[in-house]
Design a protein around this ligand. Structure first.
Ligand code: HBI
Ligand code: FE
Length: 306
């Protein structure tokens, strides 16, 4: 992660984007062209139409509250003002993925790093590394929810305290919650209109910023959907090249807060036992799992677990 980040950073440094020691930059508003604004507008409208009834209410409300419903790439300072009023968080512009410790340092100070550049039109449906749409649309709306915001803050603080060897375990926990997490659908939508089947709603940034996975994660019969369990997730490998084989489902953001803060700190105080055991594969279903839906595994690719 850090090496790729450096290559990307070098490329942008060469392009005249001065990066501060904490890897932040001023959002280069003058560098956005009409195509960038059109890509934001198209992605925002398409995803919000898809997510109605599939994403948790806190996400839908948060996106509007911080002013993302605009036809151009949002001004980060304007977003930060609204976010600050809600939960004391703000966003900082970065050239792309930054080294782990820098990332955790920002989270520990209620600053969320947001990549400044937009993907190209030919990358509309997928790109490997996070762009402005993934970071800003995917990650920032839920930071208006006080409990979720405290959970991310606790994760940043706890992450700074863990041993370097535990970073792969941290990444699994972040991946199966903040990036690809689902939560129980407690909306009790009387009208039954909610489109999310399997009784779950989306909260993960990697899902909400992806057209295909916004549908697949809540409606496909292919993936497993298991009750979230901290140790199980710390031991489970994941996929970065396909939709997830397994989604872990939380009951509430309060549960996430407990897991990302005190829970993680307790489990990783001495990471040796968790590092020593053979991890589970992304598609495993174990005897001890609480299984909401056991996936058919249709379309899964072998190998490739991280
Ligand atoms: N950098 N800009 C950015 N965004 C991330 O999500 C990010 C990062 N660096 C490291 C990192 N994430 C990982 O540590 C987490 O995914 C665990
Ligand atoms: Fe992300």
């Amino acid at each position: 992660m850090a090496i790729a980040a450096t290559a990307k950073l070098q490329e942008q440094f060469d392009a005249g984007l001065e990066t501060r020691p904490d890897f932040t930059i001023d959002q280069p508003l003058e560098r956005y062209g009409a195509v960038d604004h059109a890509v934001w507008d198209q992605l925002y409208r398409r995803q919000m139409a898809l997510l109605e009834g599939r994403a948790c209410e806190a996400f839908i409300e948060g996106a509007q509250r911080i002013g993302l419903n605009v036809a151009h790439v949002p001004d980060f300072e304007a977003v930060s003002e609204r976010l600050m009023a809600a939960t004391g968080w703000r966003i900082v512009a970065v050239p792309g993925l930054v080294p782990d410790r820098i990332f955790f340092e920002h989270l520990a100070h209620r600053r969320f790093p947001v990549t400044w550049w937009m993907r190209r039109p030919d990358q509309l449906d997928y790109l490997q590394e996070p762009d402005c749409f993934h970071d800003l649309f995917g990650h920032v709306p839920l930071l208006t929810d006080p409990v979720f915001a405290d959970a991310i803050h606790a994760y940043g603080r706890a992450a700074l305290a863990v041993d370097e060897r535990a970073l792969p375990l941290l990444a699994r926990l972040y991946w199966y919650t903040v990036e690809f997490g689902l939560m129980r659908d407690t909306s009790g939508d009387a009208s039954g209109e909610t489109r999310a089947t399997h009784g779950v709603k989306i909260y993960g940034a990697g899902i909400v910023s992806s057209k295909g996975e916004s549908l697949y994660s809540v409606e496909s019969d292919s993936p497993n959907r298991l009750a979230f369990d901290l140790e199980r997730v710390l031991r489970t490998r994941y996929r970065i090249d396909t939709f997830q084989k397994t989604y872990f489902v939380i009951d509430s953001f309060a549960q996430l807060f407990d897991a990302l803060g005190a829970g993680m700190a307790a489990h990783l105080a001495d990471p040796a036992p968790l590092i020593a055991v053979e991890p589970y594969t992304a598609g495993d279903v174990l005897h001890g799992d609480t299984v909401y839906t056991r996936g058919t595994g249709e379309g899964w690719l072998e190998g490739g677990d991280v």
